[in-house]
Design a protein around this ligand. Structure first.
Ligand code: CA
Length: 412
């Protein structure tokens, strides 16, 4: 159900990112208690532990322990039927027509916490992080810049969702500053490499999905089964040091140019909440192998934007307007490919889309593409210009239903 058909007795302004139809999961703390699971509704957090203690979650197969855990993993380990039932129960509880909690004003203060009073935390303990490379326009742009404009895509690209294993330990929640990395680069291709701060610091506009437990090691998950193993999505800024990356990445792929930090939005938007945004994907030609075929609309129409806010400025410059629908490979295909060799998944694994670029200028999802390798600087409202990210800049990514992920770049 969408916003229009679901109204709450809590005031949620029209067009808000977090209407009753959304109800994402997150981990919050407030003066009353430590980090624990909550759900976002308008400008409030639903305190699930408090609702449970007062009996408002009776009938949902959750126990008190998972609702006071500092991450969502224990709740997710109960499986999708439980998280779906929990979300549906909370949706009922806060619906305009439901009097159970609405008319218990004595319980409102414990069950509902104003967003102004909370701090958000990492929603999950990420076990493994995989980064795909699934936007055709991004892969083409990068291929044109660094390889052959006439053969921008490598021969494997349209046959499999290419990806690599990233680093989970440095994934941080929105608001956490990121320090410009030091590293080894070779700015002059005819001279020896040098050590120092990265000079080409970039963002990557991505979305990431978080998995439930998969199957035992050795078994695969089909595209038809994939959605049963996807909990929800977050916005994902995969900070990248282009100069470190360029020197290090052959032959084993990205390493220190990528693993110094990735930022995520704090609210995990469930796959169910995004159901009304499903759209058809692109025609895949050449035809994919059988295990990558799928039925039904499996892409999602989620508009995305990126703003750079210079140090000390209230507002910045929107440098990108893209959309999650600009994916060649969808999440079901990514998950089927990831497990086709028997690789197992755990609750809390995170799988990022890869940079999401659209087909035209203005929709590119990284400064590398926006400034076309630094040849086309972007003007900022304060009179400065950007080829890449400067110290003190805050990068903000936004999407309806997701809110935002923001991170400030600190000097090396
Ligand atoms: Ca990436």
């Amino acid at each position: 159900m969408t916003d229009a058909t679901l109204t709450s007795w809590i005031d949620v302004p029209a067009g808000h990112d977090f209407p009753l139809a959304n109800l994402p999961f997150g981990i919050f703390s407030n003066p009353r208690g430590g980090a624990r699971p909550g759900m976002r509704l308008g400008d409030h957090v639903v305190d699930l532990s408090a609702c449970h203690a007062l009996g408002f979650l009776d009938g949902v197969e959750v126990n008190a322990e998972v609702l006071v855990a500092p991450v969502l993993n224990p709740l997710m380990k109960l499986g999708k039927p439980v998280t779906v039932a929990l979300r549906e129960r909370v949706q009922t509880l806060f619906h305009s027509d439901c009097a159970e909690l609405r008319d218990r004003s004595d319980a409102h203060a414990s069950c509902l916490v104003a967003m102004d009073d909370v701090q958000m935390h990492m929603p999950v303990e990420v076990g493994d992080y995989t980064d795909f490379y699934s936007s055709e326009d991004h892969a083409r742009n990068v291929g044109k810049m660094f390889r052959d404009p006439d053969n921008a895509l490598l021969p494997n690209w349209k046959h499999m969702p290419v990806g690599y294993h990233g680093r989970a330990s440095s994934i941080v929640v929105s608001g956490t500053p990121i320090r410009r990395p030091m590293g080894q680069t070779r700015p002059d291709p005819d001279a020896a490499p040098v050590f120092g701060p990265s000079r080409l610091l970039d963002f990557e506009l991505e979305m990431a999905f978080i998995t439930f437990e998969g199957k035992p090691m050795g078994e695969r998950i089909s595209t038809a089964e994939a959605e049963d193993h996807i909990f929800g999505l977050v916005l994902f800024n995969d900070w990248s040091a282009r100069d470190i990356q360029k020197w290090e990445y052959v032959p084993l792929g990205p390493f220190l140019g990528k693993n110094f930090g990735s930022s995520i939005s704090p609210w995990v938007v469930t796959l169910e909440a995004l159901d009304h945004l499903r759209v058809a994907g692109p025609n895949q030609d050449p035809a994919v192998l059988d295990y990558l075929t799928y039925e039904g609309d499996s892409h999602y129409n989620v508009p995305l934007e990126v703003e750079i806010v210079p140090e000390g400025q209230g507002a910045g410059q929107v440098v990108c307007r893209s959309n999650f629908r600009h994916m060649y490979w969808n999440m079901r295909q990514q998950l089927a490919h990831h497990t086709v060799n028997g690789c197992n998944l755990r609750a809390g694994d995170m799988m990022a889309s890869g940079t999401i670029s659209g087909p035209e200028k203005g929709s590119f999802g990284s400064m590398l593409e926006i400034s076309w390798r630094g040849t086309e600087p972007v003007d900022m409202p304060d009179g400065s210009a950007r080829k890449f990210i400067q110290d003190g800049d805050t990068v903000v990514m936004r999407a309806p239903y997701f809110g935002e992920v923001r991170g400030k770049l600190l000097p090396a």
